[in-house]
Design a protein around this ligand. Sequence first.
Ligand SMILES: Cc1ncc(COP(=O)(O)O)c(C=O)c1O
Length: 390
Amino acid sequence: MLQHWLLDPQAVYLNHGTFGVTPRRVLDLQHAMHVQIERHPARFMARELMSLAPEPPEHPPRLRAAAGEVAAFLGARGNDVVFVDNASSGVNAVLRSLRLSAGDEIVLFDHAYGAVARTAAFVAREHGARVVTVPLPFPLENEATCLALLDAALTPRTRIAILDHVTSETALVLPLARMAALCHARGVPVLADGAHAPGAIEVDIPSLGVDWYAANLHKWAFAPRGCGMLWAAPDRREGLHPPIISWGLDVGWHQEFDWTGTRDPTPFLCAPAGIAFITDLLGAAAMRAYNHALAWQAAEMLSARWGLPWQTPDSMVGCMVTVPLPQQLGTTAADAWKLREWLLHERDIEVAVVARSERLWARVSAQVYNDMSDIERLGDAIAQAVSPPC
Ligand SMILES: Cc1ncc(COP(=O)(O)O)c(C=O)c1O
């Protein structure tokens, strides 16, 4: 499968999750689209790309048509989806549109992505509100623990819960629909962070019962880098603004998000091609199944190799696993970075290494261009890092 990407065939790339890897076919289309834009930029950008008119034009502009295809992939309606540059932009839009008061609370788990936690902290401090960070054990052996801890953290002052669909460092698929139901029963709206979800796990946004869903399409859905999306329930769009205010202010939800100043629209317009790539290569279900099986096998093989327990339930694993590494490799973020750099520079292996719960962990991404030989190379390299040859 490697031939479908520009990846260096000598390298072992086990980090699809961090920035995604764009298939050749999608890059080719993006290049062709750049050429098309440059033939007449003003026609493309001002006439074909989007419309700032309050009423939808007879023929949907290109951005709206692309949003419709992305929405269909995620079980949603095109009208309910807008493009954003990345998941960070979607999260910023929602959090920075909140009208918080002093003493209000924003709830999230300590597995939340660092940039998202910082955005929550920024917004809270602007309003004299506070962030309630709920510690979630890792390894996490069941979904019930996560639901119980969330329930215990909600108070009458909770104004929003920010919940991951798939956590970043720990690679856990969280029970988002059940968490959202729990929050709603307590009157708390939910912002879902689905940065790692589209393409990696099955996503049907409306059935999750969340209020907002921010995600990346440039990771597991193969859009060119710089392609995120935001879904908002119809009753959550009033007062919701993108992080950049531009010409669409107060015109409508699409108009505000579709134009946030001049930028390269090709990542958004190529998002349907990323989805078509999944369908044509294997089909979404078969691709997810291959990646899940490889991730699971990687976790079993690597943890057995070090005699360390692998405790994550199958239902909480998507296309990535975060597996324990031997204790001798250290415990700190500096140790994690040192090992990651050694793996890259000395063994040509790219994998995320994180420090958590008093040890190091490797977060292994499984993508169809990987197979068990990549995992074995990682295992051998770790063995050499533990006992360097004399
Ligand atoms: C869970 C999660 N949320 C948000 C983000 C932010 O994504 P981006 O940097 O594309 O905005 C990431 C990035 O990896 C992530 O893992």
